[in-house]
Design a protein around this ligand. Structure first.
Ligand code: NAD
Ligand code: TYD
Length: 337
C-alpha cells in the first residue's frame, strides 16, 4: 500500500485531491497535515473524516520535528506539498507570511524527505512563477522563472529549493506548475467563487482595471488527476505544466456567471487595479499530455456550470465560510476601492 503525506489537504485543491484519492484508490493511505489557516476548512473533507485510509493531523509544515515524527509513525513513502499561502492580493498586503509558509515550509519538508530518504517529493507550484505573457505565446517548462508578485516570488523560491535538494542530495522530486484552478470548495477570495457569492447576494462584482486580464482555467478535478499521474508515473526530476486550454478574460468569465445566475451585468463594477497585475497566463501542457497521457476531462463551459451548481447546492458551506472574519477581509480589500 502507498502511504502519502498530503500537506494543505484541508484547502481547496488539497481537499479535492484527498477526496479523489480516497474515492478512487483502495491501496493508498493518506495522512492529511494542515495548519487550518483561514483557508483551511475541515468542512471541505465532509464525509471523509473517518475514512479508514485517512488520518487528519493539524500542524505546521515549518515544524520539522512533527513532520519527521509523522513520517516515522505512519511509514510515509512520499509527500505532496499543497500547503501554502495562496492568494496574490494577500501577498501584496502581507508578504512576510508567504515567505514563512511557502519558502521555510517547503525547505523544512525537503529536509525531512532527505533525512528520512523518502521515495518522492511532489511540489505543487504555479504558472505564476514564469511571470506574465503578452498577447502571444505560452509557458513551457523551461521558460525562465520571472515572478512578479510576493506570492509568485515565494513559490519560485520554493521551486529553486526543490531543484537544489535534488541536485545536492539526490532527493527524488517532481514539480507541477498549474494554471488557475476552479471548482468545488474554493474559498471566495479567489475570483470565481467571489463573483458567484457576490452575484448570489446581488452585491457588486469588483473587476480589477479593464477586466481584460487573461487566465487559463483548469477544473480542479482535472488538476488532481494530473497530480496523481505525476506521483505514480513520472520519472524523478521532471517538471510538468498543467493547464486547461481554457484562456478567458476576466470579463468573459464574469459574464458567464451572471448569465447562468440570471443576474444583470449592471452588477459589474470596475475598481482600482491590483498592483503589478500580471496581464496574461497561458500554459503549454504538451509534456504531461504526451509523456504521461493526461488530458483535461471537460471544457470550461461545462466546468463553470458544474461549479456554479455546486455553490447553489452548498449554500450552508458558503454561508459558513463567509461568516466570521471574511467580511472584515472583504471590507479591507474592497471598500472604497
Ligand atoms: P488554499 O489557500 O485553498 O489552501 C492552502 C492550505 O494550506 C490551507 O488548508 C491552509 O490551512 C494550509 N496551510 C497554509 N500554511 C500552512 C502551513 N504552514 N502548514 C500547514 N498547512 C498550511 O490553496 P489552494 O488554492 O488549494 O492551493 C494549493 C496549492 O496549489 C498551493 O501551493 C498553491 O500555491 C498552488 N496553486 C494554486 C492555484 C489555484 O488556482 N488555487 C493555482 C496554481 C497553484
Ligand atoms: P485570482 O482568482 O486572485 O487568481 P490569480 O491572481 O492568482 O490569477 O484572480 C484571477 C483574476 O481575476 C486576476 O486577473 C485578478 C482578477 N480579479 C478581479 O478582477 N477581481 C477580484 O475581486 C479578484 C479576487 C480577482
Amino acid at each position: 500500500m502507498r502511504r502519502i503525506l498530503v500537506t494543505g489537504g484541508a484547502g481547496f485543491i488539497g481537499s479535492n485531491f484527498v477526496r479523489m484519492v480516497l474515492s478512487e484508490q483502495t491501496d493508498c493511505f493518506v495522512v492529511n497535515f494542515d495548519k487550518l489557516t483561514y483557508a483551511g476548512n475541515l468542512e471541505n473533507l465532509a464525509g471523509f473524516e473517518e475514512h479508514a485510509n485517512h488520518k487528519f493531523i493539524k500542524g505546521d509544515i515549518c515544524d520539522g520535528e512533527t513532520v519527521e515524527k509523522i513520517i516515522d509513525e505512519y511509514k510515509i513513502d512520499s509527500i505532496i506539498n499543497f500547503a501554502a499561502e495562496s492568494h496574490v492580493d494577500r501577498s501584496i498586503t502581507e508578504p512576510k507570511v508567504f515567505i514563512e509558509a511557502n519558502v521555510t515550509g517547503t525547505l523544512t519538508l525537503l529536509e525531512a524527505v532527505r533525512d528520512k530518504k523518502l521515495e518522492r517529493f511532489v511540489q505543487i507550484s504555479t504558472d505564476e512563477v514564469y511571470g506574465s505573457l503578452g498577447t502571444e505565446g505560452k509557458f513551457v517548462e523551461d521558460t525562465p522563472l520571472s515572478p512578479n508578485s510576493p506570492y509568485s516570488a515565494s513559490k519560485a523560491a520554493a521551486d529553486h529549493l526543490v531543484k537544489a535538494f535534488g541536485h545536492t542530495w539526490g532527493v527524488n522530486y517532481n514539480i507541477t506548475r498549474c494554471s488557475n484552478n476552479y471548482g468545488q470548495y474554493q474559498f471566495p477570495e479567489k475570483m470565481i467563487p467571489l463573483m458567484i457569492n457576490n452575484a448570489l447576494s446581488d452585491k457588486e462584482l469588483p473587476i480589477y482595471g479593464d477586466g481584460l486580464y487573461v487566465r487559463d482555467w483548469l477544473y480542479v478535478y482535472d488538476h488532481c488527476t494530473a497530480i496523481w499521474k505525476v506521483l505514480t508515473e513520472a520519472p524523478a526530476g521532471e517538471i510538468y505544466n498543467i493547464g486547461g486550454c481554457n484562456e478567458k478574460t476576466n470579463m468573459e468569465v464574469v459574464k458567464l456567471i451572471l448569465g447562468r445566475l440570471e443576474k444583470p451585468e449592471s452588477l459589474v463594477k470596475h475598481v482600482t487595479d491590483r498592483l503589478g497585475h500580471d496581464r496574461r497566463y497561458a500554459i503549454d501542457a504538451s509534456k504531461i499530455i504526451n509523456d504521461l497521457g493526461w488530458k483535461p476531462s471537460l471544457s470550461f463551459e461545462v466546468g463553470i456550470n458544474k461549479t456554479i451548481d455546486w455553490y447553489l447546492e452548498n449554500e450552508k458551506w458558503l454561508s459558513n465560510v463567509v461568516s466570521g472574519d471574511y467580511q472584515k477581509y472583504y471590507d479591507s480589500m474592497y471598500l472604497n476601492r
